[in-house]
Design a protein around this ligand. Sequence first.
Ligand SMILES: NC(=O)C1=CN([C@@H]2O[C@H](COP(=O)(O)OP(=O)(O)OC[C@H]3O[C@@H](n4cnc5c(N)ncnc54)[C@H](OP(=O)(O)O)[C@@H]3O)[C@@H](O)[C@H]2O)C=CC1
Ligand SMILES: O=C(CO)COP(=O)(O)O
Length: 328
Amino acid sequence: MVLADNGHSVTLWGNKSELINDINEFHTNKRYLPEIELPHSLKATVELNEAVEDAKYILLVVPTKAIREVCQKLNPILKNKVTIIHASKGIEPDSSKRISEMISEEIDEKNLGSVVVLSGPSHAEEVALRHPTTVTSASANMEDARAVQELFSNGYFRVYTNEDVIGVEIGGALKNIIALAAGITDGLGYGDNAKAALMTRGLAEIIRLGKEMGANPQTFAGLTGMGDLIVTCTSVHSRNWRAGNLLGKGQSLDEVLENMGMVVEGVRTTKAAYQLAKQAKVEMPIVNELYAVLFEGKNPKLGVDALMNRDKRHEGESTSNFISDLTK
Ligand SMILES: NC(=O)C1=CN([C@@H]2O[C@H](COP(=O)(O)OP(=O)(O)OC[C@H]3O[C@@H](n4cnc5c(N)ncnc54)[C@H](OP(=O)(O)O)[C@@H]3O)[C@@H](O)[C@H]2O)C=CC1
Ligand SMILES: O=C(CO)COP(=O)(O)O
């Protein structure tokens, strides 16, 4: 919608023919954005090669677990070098790969001009209403980051640039873990003090792991770190918060995922972050407790109790100069 509003020629690819027909004929998307009239210039198709034919840019926004599969479908049909912009938020468990790393592994060099990450606090429901939204375009190649900034920027969608791809991808992925935990404490009925604690101490965990992975700690003070953490932990639109909320109210993980019907990225990312933290010996108590709740059947209330009864310490301890990292 943003790109179409900016006058670009956009073709959406989807796998449900009924939904695709509705977009082309009635300019609506009943499943995801039922109240919105889509720009009439927006075309949609079930044929991937039709969607990417002659494309200079491909915007890839499938869930993390589908990234490799979709790239494998794309790679053989690309005829020219393209820039792949991705807006997905996750880390692959076991390989610990970020999305841009998976894309670079799956798309041949001859087909791939550049990878740009578009990330930040932006629930689709509000962007579709053209409500003010700010995001970051990040790439190792700043010229490409600026080109994507130019493509998307308009009066309701403001795009900043950043060269720290690692920090931008890690912030976007790990905030989902904290949002799940915030949903759990809300589901348990604990309220705002607990949520503020999780967001603050959660950001400290994100910075610790992010630094270890090569991110610039300052990035986590920006839109793709603190900004996205705020929106995902507090918004009624957040699937990660909603999933956590149901867990806190006593549903099992299987029940929750079945009821959501949309991707809850924080679940797989918790596994990836748990593995990464272990390998890198980074202290991540919230991640550890959430991992136990999601994958080992731990009662969420006991998880909170464990966090509250950890050894007493100084606020700056083991956060590696948390505040000075953010303000440097
Ligand atoms: N929603 C939002 O506001 C934001 C989402 N994101 C990120 O974008 C990514 C996608 O999220 P979102 O769109 O909300 O997720 P949804 O679950 O709402 O939709 C995912 C879409 O991807 C499709 N899909 C799933 N698997 C495959 C596959 N193997 N091949 C082709 N298509 C597939 C689904 O198809 P089907 O309909 O058939 O299930 C569905 O249309 C996530 O990483 C999320 O974190 C980032 C910023 C904001
Ligand atoms: O990343 C998002 C908003 O910026 C979407 O978050 P949820 O997946 O929790 O809805």
